[in-house]
Design a protein around this ligand. Structure first.
Ligand code: XBP
Ligand code: MG
Length: 234
């Protein structure tokens, strides 16, 4: 019997990844950098989770002839803070809806007393911005643990964020299921021993989901998901 559902955020609850990409680009141009992450490049950069980590990956592995500033860590931190401002502003405008079925799944599960939690590599402000629009001002009332961003040092595909959430919930991996959209996310939840269901999107549909319980294009047919996951919801 499933006691808790643990949700990834980006790509799972909403198709946010292109909003992230555009926000990175705004932060770059505002900072006088001629960097531009187009869709194919971003697809490759998604190999590394976490915005600050992704910027460092880009600088180290994709840029030639760029001399890093001596305070590189702070430089990246500031650039990322600017990106977060642009991202939360964009999300606040309400143009990035929750994916099909997500709101109803959260409401159905909450109504039946199933514990809900978040396990994401993204920044907490980004989660608030998204869920305030998608679920309303009191969105946090639905969730018993919010594992976000830098709360653990090692981001997905490391299992740390899921271990953090399990500890907060005081539940065993076997009591929970996870919902993810990406291979990095799946590796993370599986390494924590949690049965995982995947909903794919534009950036992730070609990735390797070996080990997932089931893979869906989206959750528009919630009944199908409830049956596959053995959830007593309808
Ligand atoms: C997906 C990610 C995130 C975002 C950027 O996270 O890789 O890094 O692209 O977020 P998840 P920040 O699917 O685990 O939610 O810039 O705020 O780090
Ligand atoms: Mg994701």
């Amino acid at each position: 019997m499933t006691k808790a559902i643990i949700f990834d955020v980006d790509g799972t609850l909403a198709d946010t990844e292109d909003g992230h990409r555009q926000s990175f680009n705004k932060a770059f141009s505002e900072s006088g950098l001629d960097w531009n992450w187009d869709v194919p490049l971003y697809d490759r950069l998604l190999k590394v989770t976490g915005g600050k980590e992704r910027i460092k990956y880009f600088v180290n592995d994709f840029l030639q002839g760029y001399e890093k500033p001596s305070d590189f860590d702070d430089f990246v931190k500031n650039l990322h803070a600017l990106k977060t401002r642009h991202y939360t502003e964009m999300i606040g405008e309400g143009n990035v809806p929750l994916r099909p079925g997500i709101k109803k799944l959260i409401e159905d599960a909450h109504a039946k007393g199933i514990t809900l939690a978040i396990a994401t590599t993204t920044t907490p402000e980004n989660v608030s911005a998204l869920l305030e629009v998608g679920l309303g001002k009191n969105w946090a009332d639905y969730f018993s643990a919010n594992g976000c961003g830098d709360i653990v040092p090692k981001k997905k595909p490391a299992p740390d964020i899921y271990f953090w959430v399990l500890e907060k919930l005081n539940l065993e991996a076997a009591d929970c299921i996870a919902l993810e959209d990406s291979e990095n996310g799946l590796r993370s939840s599986l390494a924590a021993g949690i049965k995982t269901y995947v909903t794919t999107n534009y950036y992730t549909h070609k990735q390797n989901f070996a080990g997932a319980e089931a893979v869906f294009d989206d959750l528009s047919d919630l009944g199908q998901f409830y049956r596959a996951a053995g959830l007593p919801l309808s």
